[in-house]
Ligand binder design. Structure first.
Ligand code: HGA
Length: 606
């Protein structure tokens, strides 16, 4: 959340920064702004709302300068106003910030007491004010920034720019990611390497607590103790950073459609379908592991909830699933013979990263399942299993979810193999079933027009319920989350057996109820719960296969027929109609599918 960029260039930087901010807009779109040093003096432009508004402003009020910093905001402190937009400037210093300064009130009070006044309601402005105060007392920009950093508590990535310093940016990282890009006589800083991809493929990642003095000649990096630090220069694959809609109306539509390909890709990294055997990396050995803890947020936590069924049923391995934001504050005891698995698309999710650090010294192995293989979580894990979904831009996660599920399924099969719960033949049969998924998902995707018809009616609803049993329960949760996220319709997911313990009171003829019921061992039970809904005038959409629809479709509002799938992997297939229902409902309502209100991707604040 919040994207930051800095450029020390050989040309005008405002257009370059704007372009980089476009690649970071997934991180927030409450406001955007750029500051430059022009003729030795700081200047800035800021606009509320999406980047397009800043772009328009720059047409009317261009911003010159060859050194600049930029920001796209997801507000944490203070509403989305121009005054709260970054860069924040106090006297001779401008600052952009991703994160939260937890002791900003204390700093604010101290600075107010010595007569400084504030323009905004943000925590960030205190950083600029404190640095300006140090500059006034005679410190150099380097000394002033370092002294300020020493006072800050919380999680942040920061970038400073100064009056009279057209060849200096100061960057700092504690909790939020930051990459330094190396050009030819030019230098760049960005929240991620993707933002810098059009400018350079040579990147150095700052580590926790690092700060850096960046000039056109290069970068000097210091660690948290102020010692000079050597950080590796890596080359990023430009191909992996291409971001385009490829003819689709929305990134979400493109990413839903990509699922058959990326799921197949994910499988190919961890299994040989030809040899019908698993090929997980060395180090994935569950023989002596007696418990797993799976930790994630949002959609990724639902992937973990599905995976719990797989690990327990395939491998007999007990699993605890935790929401990352609750996990470490509960201070759960962790056994040294357990593994902790952390799942995050970005690999930067602040709560999940904090949970990972909590578990690090307590468990036998920390495993991360991430989409961004260079992320903080990947770098801090004993074992990394990238999901190979490719760049996901839509704020509502789709292909990352099904790839997370796929990788977790393969991991659970490996656990079953290591624990002697499945023979090689049984593993081979499971892999055949997984191998069928990409084709089945393509089939499901072709139901788009039919789903759009259903969605036209869902769009009228005030509330929608989603039901599922067993591993389909987390899919009900995910279906409800997707609908809430992008259509703003209130939706809840329930375990279908739980309905009669309260939520059934919500049912009337106006509440659509989506029931995910593949023809599996729990089918009859789920259908009984569906009948209980229909007996109370509930308007049921039954999502099943041909057999399920033939047996139980009578009397429902409508049905969706998916192809037959191995029941254990039905959650991966059913995720597709869940996503398409949300997508087409949002289209019917006219909401902003790729950038829904109040949300942002890569949640780097707690
Ligand atoms: N606290 C700052 C930055 C917000 C942020 O990083 N969000 O992800 C603000 O509210 O402007």
């Amino acid at each position: 959340m919040c994207g930051i960029v800095g450029v020390l260039g050989n040309h005008e930087v405002a257009p370059i920064i704007l372009e980089a901010l476009k690649r970071l807009e997934y991180r927030g779109y409450d406001s955007a702004g750029i500051a430059t040093v022009r003729d030795g003096r700081l200047d800035r432009r800021r606009a509320v709302g999406k980047l397009a508004n800043l772009s328009d402003l720059l047409v009317h009020e261009p911003l010159a300068g060859r050194a600049g910093i930029g920001h796209t905001r997801w507000a944490t402190h203070g509403g989305p106003t121009v005054k709260n937009a970054h860069p924040h400037r106090v006297g001779p210093v401008a600052v952009v910030h991703n994160g939260i300064i937890e002791n900003f009130r204390e700093l604010h009070d101290e600075l107010s007491a010595i007569g400084l006044t504030f323009d905004s309601e943000t925590d960030t402005e205190t950083v600029a004010a404190l640095t300006a105060h140090h500059l006034t007392s005679g410190l150099s920009p380097r000394e002033a920034a370092a002294k300020t950093l020493g006072r800050l508590q919380g999680a942040f990535a920061l970038l400073f720019l100064f009056d009279g310093e057209p060849d200096l940016m100061i960057a700092a990282r504690k909790g939020s990611p930051l990459a330094i890009g190396h050009g030819d006589g030019e230098m760049f800083v960005g929240s991620d390497a993707i933002a810098l991809a059009p400018m350079t493929d040579r990147v150095t990642y700052l580590e926790e607590g690092d700060y850096a003095f960046v000039t056109r000649a290069g970068v000097e990096i210091f660690d948290a103790a102020g010692r000079r630090a050597n950080r590796a220069l890596t080359r990023i694959q430009i191909e992996a950073t291409r971001i385009e809609k490829a003819g689709y109306k929305h990134f979400m539509a493109k990413e839903i459609a990509e699922q058959p390909v990326v799921v197949a890709e994910a499988i190919s990294h961890y299994a040989s379908l030809q040899d019908r055997r698993l090929t997980l990396p060395d180090g994935v050995d569950f023989t002596n592991v007696d418990r797993l803890v799976l930790v994630a947020c949002g959609t990724a936590s639902y992937a973990c909830q599905v995976a719990k069924y797989w690990f327990e049923q395939f491998a007999g391995l007990p699993v605890d699933v935790d929401i990352a934001s609750e996990f470490r504050y509960r201070e759960p005891p962790l056994s040294p013979t357990s593994w902790a698995v952390f799942v995050s698309q970005s690999g930067e999710t602040a709560d999940t990263l904090a949970a990972l650090r909590y578990a690090a010294e307590k468990v036998a192995k920390v495993v991360s399942v991430v989409n961004v293989a260079s992320s903080s979580m990947a770098r801090e894990s004993d074992l990394v299993l990238p999901i190979h979904a490719g760049v996901e831009v839509g704020v509502a996660s789709t292909k990352a979810f099904t790839c997370q599920l796929t990788v977790l399924a393969l991991l659970a099969l490996k656990a079953a193999e290591d624990k002697g719960r499945m023979t090689p033949d049984q593993i081979a049969a499971q892999l055949d079933a997984l191998a069928a998924l990409p084709g089945l998902m393509s089939h499901a995707e072709r139901l788009g027009p039919r789903i759009a018809e259903i969605a036209a009616s869902l769009a009228e609803a005030q509330d929608v319920l989603f039901l599922g049993r067993g591993p389909m329960f987390p899919i009900a949760l995910e279906g409800a989350l997707k609908l809430k996220e992008i259509s703003y319709i209130h939706a809840e997911g329930y375990a279908s057996g739980e309905l009669k313990h309260g939520p059934i009171a919500l049912i009337d003829a106006h509440v659509p109820v989506v029931v995910f019921a593949p023809h599996d061992g729990l089918f009859d039970k789920t259908i009984s719960n569906m009948q209980e809904v229909m007996a109370r005038q509930g308007r049921v959409l039954l999502v099943s296969d041909a057999k399920g629809v033939a047996e139980a479709g009578a009397g429902t509002w409508t049905t969706l027929t998916l192809p037959e799938v191995a029941p254990q992997f039905a959650p991966i297939l059913h995720a597709v109609p869940a996503q398409l229902l949300a997508y087409h409902t949002a289209i019917a309502k006219g909401t902003d599918v790729d950038q829904p209100r109040n949300l942002a991707k890569s949640v780097t604040v707690e």
